[in-house]
Write a protein that binds this ligand. Sequence first.
Ligand code: FAD
Length: 570
Amino acid sequence: GAGRVFRHRPTFSKLVIVLAASGGGLVAYADGRTDDSKESSQVAPKKKVVVLGTGWAGTTFAKNVDTSLYDVQMISPRNYFAFTPLLPSVTCGTVEPRSIVEPIRKIIRKKNEEIKYWEAECFKIDPKSKTVYCRTDIGTNVEGHGEFPVTYDYLVIAVGARVNTFNTPGVAEHCHFLKEVEDAQKIRRSVIDCFERANLPDLDEEERRQTLHFVIVGGGPTGVEFAAELHDFITEDLAKLYPTIQDFVKITVIQHGEHILTSFDKRISSFAEEKFQRDGIELQTGFKVVKVSDKTLTIQNAMHEDSSIPYGMAVWSTGNGTHPVILDFMKQIGQEHRRVLATNEWLRVAECESVYAIGDCATIAQRKVMEDILEIFRFADKDNSGTLTVKEIQDVLGDICIRYPQVELYLKSKHMSDIVDLITASKGDIQKEGIELNIEEFKKALANVDSQVKSLPATAQIAAQQGNYLARCFNKMRDCEEEPEGPQRIKELGRHRFLPFRYKHFGQFAPLGGEQTAAQLPGDWISIGHSTQWLWYSIYASKQVSWRTRALVISDWTRRFIFGRDSSRI
Ligand code: FAD
């Protein structure tokens, strides 16, 4: 009905007043707008928004977008939302797979207006014809294949990332990944397989040792959490069930850098390394895996010397790579030199009208960020002297941190440059006004920062905040149809219609096993230990997408406390 063009359906008395005119109508709306381009009897059809992906970013967008304004269609090969932070718990049966997933249809059914969902994978994006080409393996069309095109007015790309193997030979064939629920289920079966295989008669000691050698490649949050989970599973449950072979078990984490958990504060990274040492988890830092065969991993040190490690099961967790559909799209729009799809601060793909990208598949272009930072810097240098006082530098940094939390994260991390040390050291002691910093030097320091601050980390927190932000922008889009980013900065008024996306960091957790977790919370607050584990339990329970999954997850945790984990291979 005519009311569909309104966010709130108007009552009949407020309804559209039609001033008839021959050949074309002038439509006057109750809120004072007029539109002479439409036939009097016509109502502008709702714009079609196509969302690719049912992960953190896509689902949050769909949950928050106003479906009375848009015809929303979701496309994803996964017909459910998965609570990825609990995936490591699924690998060892601490939590069951179905406890962390929610059917997407249940989530989108909550809307008054329908959101359509197609279970398919997008394999090509054509921005010129505003069409995405999809493929499904669960059915065929009249032409006998499972491919179909979907047109859009606006496209929201939220396809996440895939595992990055860095083209290392043998990884795809022999290693497990930990990205999807299916991966976690496969790992769970494989761990039990290793124990059953090592327990078979007629195996020599060396074979049992190799079969029970679990190798994790990558010392980031996922790799470390999985190693901790596996250690708990083995010591708390499997050791009792396989007493004769428990002494052959070994867990090794291979990390390219010098330390594990480098995205966390140094204190957390050191605590985790010490805890792993106490638990007997071996850390091989400073090594790169260069080849994987069915029985051994070849690792290389900084001197390019190779050595080989026999293993029973290997999990590859070394960061994110880009989906082929995104690589192809980036080529079409001239972004082939980039690793991840770049957007502006309003999350729109710079080269493409009407295409937005959120979550792990996108990053806010950094060149613009650095230009902005220098702009703030030049603005602070009011007398054009080329130098700033400590007070001015503090102000500049304050401004930069508000606009770019990733810079703040960097400043707070352990890799502070000398210049930042100088500034922090003088914090609160404004008397030292005599210290001045040369703008050129500061630029050099920022260039260093830039290499560390390439992009925000790929987390669910960011993906969800971007989905929410973009939905709110779409809900206001009717006012800003021409310029989705809002009008140019209205300097005199000092405001944007849409503020650019700003990430709000609520902290991050690193579960380390043995009912101990480390947390890095806003305000540089570090907490490690058993009490933090309870904080982790409460936050993760509260963040579940539905009461059903919340109840299931809590009951899984309780079941594990009482009965331990299940080691059946089903
Ligand atoms: P995803 O959630 O990965 O969703 C991508 C969606 O796109 C999926 O539905 C997928 O099926 C779909 N898709 C893929 N290809 C196509 C295609 N061609 N066409 C259509 N649809 C497609 N973050 C945290 O903040 N805290 C944590 O504790 C944490 N723990 C993690 C633990 C693990 C094991 C993993 C793997 C990740 C963890 N993360 C964590 C990171 C977090 O999961 C990601 O940052 C987040 O999932 C990104 O959201 P997204 O929507 O961009 O992608």
